[in-house]
Structures are given as C-alpha cells and as structure tokens.
Design a protein around this ligand. Structure first.
Ligand code: ARG
Length: 462
C-alpha cells in the first residue's frame, strides 16, 4: 500500500497501488515543474498583496518555492509516484522546507486552475521556441533559394512534368508555408496567454483575491472571465495541436519531395553522408532516413490532435479528470515538432546537394514547354483554346516521331500554323519558359528576385 494521500480526512485507507499508479500523472507532468513553481510564486505574492496571508508568509512561500526549484535542478528533489502529480509534489516538498506555512499556499486556488496555469505557461514558452525554429528553417530556405534563382527544376502537377520553375521559387513555397505557421502560432499564443488562475475548482473563491495581479506577474494578457470556462477550456490545446499538425504537414510534404528527389528515378539531389544512412544488407544503399522519419512522425502529432478533440467532445462542465490526458499529447507534439524542425533545417543546410547538371538536363527532356507554344500562338492572335488544341496535336505527332518540340524544323512549325516564326525556338527554351512567367507571384526570375527581397523583410520581423 502506498502512503496515505494528500486529500482530506474523508479517506480512511490508502489507494490500491495499481490505482495509485493509474491515477498518477507525475511521470509525465514533472515536465511542468518549473512552471508550477513560477505559477505558485505568483499566487503566493497575490495572497500577500491582498492581505489573505501576511507578507512574511508570502515571502516564506516564495523563497521556499525557489528552493524547491533549485533542488529540482540539482536533482536533489525527484518526486516519485506517491506524489500523484507535480502540483502535490511541489506543495509537499515546500511544506517540508518551510513548515506549516507551506500549507497556506493552496488558499484560494485549486489544482484545476493551477494545472491550467502551468500548461499555459509551458505552451507559451514552447510556442516561442518553435517560432524561433521556424525562423531558422525559413532562413535556410531563403539562403539556398538566393543561390538558385536561375537553377531550373521540373515543376509538377499530378506528379507529371508540368512546367519548369526556378528552384528558388519552389523552395520559397515552403518559406511561405512556414511563414503562415509562424503567424498562426502567434495567433494561438494570444489565446494561450489567458490566466485561469483564481478560477478555483470551478466557481471562483470566497477569498478577496486579485486575479489581475497574479496574471500580471505571470505576464498573461488577460484573465478568463468565467471560472467554469477557465478551468475546463482546452481550446488552446486543440489550437496548438492543430498548428503543430499543420507544421508537420508542411515538413512532411517537403520530406516526401526530398525522398523523391533523392531516388534514382529523379536524381535531383544527393544526400550527404552526414544526413543519410546505410542499409544493413544492401551495401550500395544510402537512405533518406531523416525525411522519412519526419514524414512518419507526422502521424503521431495528427493523432494527438484527434485525441484531444475526442477527449473534449463529451465533457460536461467543468474540470474532469479526462483533462489529465491532454499532457502527454502536448509534450509529445512539442518534442516531435521541435525535433523535426531541427532535423529538417540541418538536412537542408548541410545534408542536401542539388545536382545542377542533372536538373539542367531534366528540364529539357520533356514537353513542359508546351503551354508556352500555346501562349506563343495566343499572343499572336490565335484564341487560346484553339492554340491549345493545335499544340496538343503537335505534341502527339512529336511523340510519335520520337522528337521534342525543340527538334521540330521551322518548316514543320509553319505547317502547323503560319504564325510560327524562328523566335519560337527561343520562346521554348526552359530558361525563357521560366523567365516569361513574370506575373505577380509567378516563377519568372524578376518575380522570384522580388519575392526573395520580400522574404528577407518578413524574416526581419521578430
Ligand atoms: N493531475 C491533474 C491533471 O493533470 C491535476 C488536476 C487535478 N484536479 C483534480 N480535481 N483531481 O489534470
């Protein structure tokens, strides 16, 4: 039997050890310990500020909590399963250190508003760290893009060669996804940063607390206006997991492309030894484990989002123990997103080499300039749909003849349509095909150069 718990005298016997283990969250919510201490310190200050406890008592609690923090950091304090959760663990250790005054800490609060406070303080920190990592990721994308404005790469729709694009343009697409992620997290942050502290168990408290005072100390922007909502709201968790899932979608799409590019079928990139692994049996292999793992890990973050939605959907107000289940998903998602962003940033920065020769050839070996032939005719007065049909026939006969468009004689072009002149050859070179797409947001070099300038400006916003 475990030691008797912290709850009231109403309980006569201790918990069954298996039930104690089942109930306990200390094995994972220990992650929150420093936030729990910080939150409790603010609560103690508020209690003293409002005269609910004396200033001396407030100070004793504050300093005692600081000692718990130091002991934890120095590994002198390592709570076990008996503590049930991190909140009880800290309070218990505090009381051992400061004596009976420690028992005053929990005046005018509940673990329900406490755990909500801790989780928000934790997520706030993590969101800022992830946003910084997104910035690093974006910076590397722009660094590579700047060197590759005029590197061409086949562009695809339906995974079929469509039109060639600037490699910089392709990479900047991911920059913009990450930019939205960065902005989205800022938005999520605004709803994470609301204080539930002082909502009590569910209904507020009989003590004359000052919720704004403790919220200010903890740098919360607002306080929850409704105590029932304050203790049971986990929208901010769902929103965070959603933002995390979208980041993973983006990383996973990039991963998939890198995996394809590294294959023998594409040969667009070489993976450097520092970021690739070998096979235990096939000596010739070099595997793209990093992007594969990122793609694979995406699943667990989606899973945590789904789990949280399901946890919430049937919960009556206010706190229910089901909410303890939010934490492992949050922690795992945070750790996964951070690990994946770090790995992908390193992979881009030093693990990937674009095969320029191969790319230059790749954009000349197909019909991805066919649209430009249609545009050529359309620019000379042929209605686009008609031009499209004409070029469709040209492609068909070229394929039959085993030729590419650039191999057709001027005579052959002119038989197809009299509007063709010798400048058709220049119009369908990959370089010109890309350069000509100078519409706003397009892959034309001028556009891409401007996009890079804009990207740098966006990056300068901290
Ligand atoms: N460990 C709990 C959790 O993570 C803390 C809140 C407990 N509240 C309660 N009324 N049992 O949710």
């Amino acid at each position: 039997m475990t030691e008797k718990q912290t709850w009231s005298q109403r309980f006569e016997s201790a918990l069954h050890p298996a039930i104690a283990r089942f109930n306990a969250s200390i094995s994972f919510d220990i992650e929150l310990i420093e936030y729990d201490i910080t939150g409790s310190q603010a609560h103690a200050k508020m209690l003293a500020h409002t005269g609910i406890i004396s200033h001396a008592e407030g100070e004793a609690l504050f300093n005692g909590l600081e000692q718990v923090r130091q002991e934890y950091r120095q590994r002198q304090f390592q709570p076990g399963v008996d503590a049930e959760d991190v909140h009880f663990a800290v309070e218990k250790r505090l009381t051992e250190i400061v004596g009976d005054v420690g028992k005053k800490l929990h005046t005018a609060r509940s673990r329900n508003d406490q755990v909500g406070t801790d989780t928000r303080l934790y997520l706030r920190d993590q969101i800022q760290q992830i946003r910084q990592q997104l910035r690093n990721f974006q910076t590397v994308l722009v660094d590579i893009a700047e060197k590759n404005v005029e590197t061409l790469i086949p562009g695809y729709t339906h995974l079929q060669r469509a039109q060639p694009v600037s490699l910089a343009h392709h990479l900047l697409a991911y920059f913009h996804m990450a930019q939205r992620d960065w902005e989205r997290l800022e938005d999520v942050y605004s709803r994470v940063n609301i204080s539930p502290l002082g909502c009590g168990a569910l209904a507020g408290t009989t003590f004359p607390i000052d919720r704004h005072y403790s919220a200010n100390l903890l740098h919360f922007d607002h306080v929850y206006a409704n105590s029932l909502d304050g203790v049971s709201d986990r929208d901010f968790v769902i929103e965070f997991l959603c933002a995390a899932s979208i980041i993973m979608v983006h990383l996973s799409r990039l991963s998939e492309e890198i995996i394809l590019w590294a294959s023998e079928e594409f040969r667009f990139v070489t993976l450097k030894d520092s970021c690739a692994t070998g096979s235990s049996i096939m000596p010739q292999k070099k595997n793209p484990d990093v992007p594969e793992l990122v793609r694979g890990k995406t699943g667990r973050v989606f899973g945590h989002l789904q789990a949280m939605l399901v946890i919430m959907k049937g919960l009556p107000l206010a706190y229910n123990k089901d909410l303890q289940e939010d934490k492992e998903g949050i922690f795992d998602s945070v750790n996964t997103v951070k690990a994946c962003l770090e790995a992908m940033t390193i992979l881009l920065q030093e693990g990937l080499e674009f095969r320029h020769q191969r790319l230059a050839t790749a954009v000349t070996e197909d019909f991805s300039n066919a649209t430009d032939v249609a545009d050529y005719l359309a620019a000379r007065g042929v209605p686009f749909r008609e031009a499209y049909n004409i070029v469709g026939k040209v492609v068909k006969t070229s394929i039959a003849a085993g030729k590419l468009l650039k191999d057709l004689q001027l005579q052959e072009w002119q038989q197809i349509h009299p509007a063709f002149a010798s400048d058709i050859y220049e119009a369908i070179t990959p370089r010109q095909v890309v350069a000509a797409r100078n519409s706003y947001g397009g892959t034309g070099f001028e556009q891409v150069r401007q996009a890079l300038v804009n990207a740098r400006t966006q990056l300068s916003v901290k």
